[in-house]
Ligand binder design. Structure first.
Ligand SMILES: NC(=O)c1ccc[n+]([C@@H]2O[C@H](COP(=O)([O-])OP(=O)(O)OC[C@H]3O[C@@H](n4cnc5c(N)ncnc54)[C@H](O)[C@@H]3O)[C@@H](O)[C@H]2O)c1
Length: 550
């Protein structure tokens, strides 16, 4: 059999198709992958059983393999017309050229490849596999593998070896592969949806152009036809009226609360302004609060939602890059206290996050760059291929190329969702997201909030963390230079203000990342691999602070 290896032009469907032998794990992996990416999972064998009302083995008994393959083809031709699905196909689905063409044209095809030994271990006790009902099923499996392996490889856009790794790791690898190579090629103007998996607190992040006009995304979260929107004096004139009018046109009663703009207003006074407005309007427990703005509005509104009447539903519509890639996802809410930033707060997850990439068109260059600092952070802490992508595409981000921006937001949110899903309350891995923040908070604190933007302080802080990692022998000088270069190209500072070592130490001691009197640092073992450590020698820290500030 000859198999075409040329990839036909793909329809931009958002579909992912899993192919591979029986026992390769297509159903298990497909189900979890779909959940994580906010897609619908469909198993073609289950669909055939649903349509016929009988088991696959019965179809084989009555109609033979050829009869089954015809039914399978009809089902596949129907299913590939859908959008945004993860499709697990039967092991023999790729045998017909028409099926191969349909799968390739309508989705990203992944071959889940396992060795015959593993496949045999997983299928040997399963008596529902018609093709293995022979005198020597092990030999039959070997034969099928030899026949089909080249076909799977040829039809696939990516081959993933299943091996002995856990399903979670396999999925993380799969998502990285898919997003690294295929997302920029997809129609990025279509909305992309990610899932933050937190059991009953799970929610979706929608990312795309002009989503603020997609009222359907909001309506299902406002069942009682009443909502309060919190914004500020900069964002409200740009987006509040449009949003309120659309909601009102759909029969929703809207209350607007507009706060002064600035980090200095992320305080208890603004919080009280929100409470006062909600109480005087008799907002009830089922009235959602919408945060329309950057991280300041998101953190404040989230904390108000967590505490008003002991908790009301919360919706995030982030309008800065920093808020879209970081603060709106993960449920950290709070306000500043005169004695420390973000010292008062709660973990409180939103019902949904709607990131409208088009709102970034009105953002100042300086704020855009501050957001890019957090984007680079994901590459540095856990996603080297993304870091490499950023090195190639940073100018596109600075020029606000919509496709590049959407890709960077999706990729950042995927990373954040994975981390938050694994460690919601920052008992371990989530702390890695604070790379550069111990130094950064010291800078913000010393200069007075709002003088250095959060992202700018994080950029300088990240270079300090990289420098300290080099002094510990983890990064090379070349790694540090490479990191500096990316921040510099992004127009971000790579040196902190010269506060003096003592002042830095004092300010870092105030930081909430202090555990048992020791300062915890997030450092880099390598580019793309952050670690938490509290074993930093004070002399090395002093040298870093000295050499990384001007
Ligand atoms: N909760 C978290 O996990 C988390 C993570 C990171 C940062 N944060 C917090 O986020 C805050 C920083 O967020 P930020 O950088 O978004 O700052 P911000 O909210 O102050 O917004 C920056 C500026 O941009 C303006 N703006 C917002 N959207 C705009 C738009 N579309 N067009 C024009 N102007 C617009 C704002 O009015 C403001 O002047 C800090 O308080 C930080 O502590 C929280």
């Amino acid at each position: 059999m000859t198999i075409s290896n040329t990839s036909p032009e793909k329809r931009t469907s958002g579909n992912i198709v899993l192919v591979g032998m029986m026992g390769a794990g297509k159903t298990t992996v497909g189900r979890m992958l779909a959940k994580q990416l906010g897609k619908t999972f469909i198993d073609s064998d289950e669909e055939i059983q649903k349509r016929t009302g009988v088991k696959i083995s019965h179809i084989f008994d009555v109609e033979g393999e050829e009869g089954f393959r015809q039914r399978e083809s009809c089902v596949i031709q129907d299913l590939v017309k859908l959008d945004n699905i993860v499709l697990a196909t039967g092991g023999g689905a790729v045998l017909k050229p028409d099926n191969r063409a349909a799968l390739q044209a309508n989705g990203i095809v992944i071959y889940l490849k396992s060795g015959v030994h593993d496949l045999w271990q997983r299928t040997r006790h399963d008596h529902n596999r018609p093709l293995l009902q022979t005198a020597n099923p092990r030999a039959r499996l070997q034969e099928l593998f030899e026949q089909r392996d080249p076909i799977y490889s040829a039809v696939a856009d990516h081959v993933i070896h299943t091996g002995k790794q856990s399903v979670q790791i396999l999925i993380a690898r799969l998502i990285k592969k898919i997003s690294a190579q295929d997302q920029p090629r997809q129609a990025i103007h279509t909305m992309q949806t990610l899932n933050v998996g937190l059991a009953e607190r799970s929610y979706q992040i929608h990312i795309g152009q002009n989503l603020i006009r997609r009222i359907d995304l909001l309506l299902k979260h406002i069942p009682h036809k009443r909502v309060a929107i919190v914004s500020n004096t900069t964002v409200a004139p740009l987006y509040l009226e449009g949003l309120s009018n659309t909601l009102a046109a759909n029969g929703i009663q809207v209350q607007s609360i507009v706060l002064p703009d600035g980090e200095q207003y992320k305080n208890s006074e603004s919080l009280n302004t929100i409470y006062d407005a909600l109480l005087s309007n008799r907002c009830e427990r089922n009235t959602p609060l919408i945060a329309l703005g950057g991280g300041v509005i998101g953190d404040l509104t989230g904390y108000a939602a967590a505490t008003y009447l002991r908790g009301v539903p919360f919706i995030q519509i982030p309008t800065t890059l920093l808020a879209q890639v970081d603060s709106s996802v993960g449920g950290k809410t709070g306000i500043n206290h005169p004695l420390g930033k973000n010292m008062i707060g709660a973990f409180y997850q939103p019902q949904v996050v709607i990131a409208d990439v088009a709102t970034l068109n009105t953002l100042s260059d300086k704020e855009l760059r501050a957001g890019i600092a957090e984007v680079i952070k994901y590459g540095l802490i856990r996603d080297l291929p993304f870091l490499e992508w950023l090195e190639q595409n940073i100018e596109k981000l600075l020029q606000r190329d919509p496709e590049a921006l959407q890709y960077a937001i999706v990729r950042s949110c995927q990373n954040k969702a994975e981390v938050v899903g694994a460690d919601e309350r920052e008992s371990g891995e989530r702390a890695l997201l604070n790379l550069g923040h111990t130094f950064g908070h010291a800078i913000e604190n010393a200069m007075g909030y709002g003088v250095w933007l959060h992202g700018e302080a994080v950029a300088a802080g990240t270079i300090m963390a990289a420098d300290l990692s080099r002094r510990l022998g983890w990064l090379t000088q070349q790694d540090v230079e490479r990191t500096k270069k990316l921040f510099t190209r992004s127009g971000l500072p790579v040196q902190g203000p010269r506060l003096g070592t003592e002042k830095y130490m004092q300010l870092m001691g105030l930081d909430k990342k202090v555990v048992d009197g020791k300062i915890r640092f997030i450092l880099l073992k390598a580019l793309g691999q952050a670690v938490i450590t509290d074993e930093v020698a004070i002399e090395l820290l002093g040298q870093t602070l000295e050499s990384c500030s001007v």
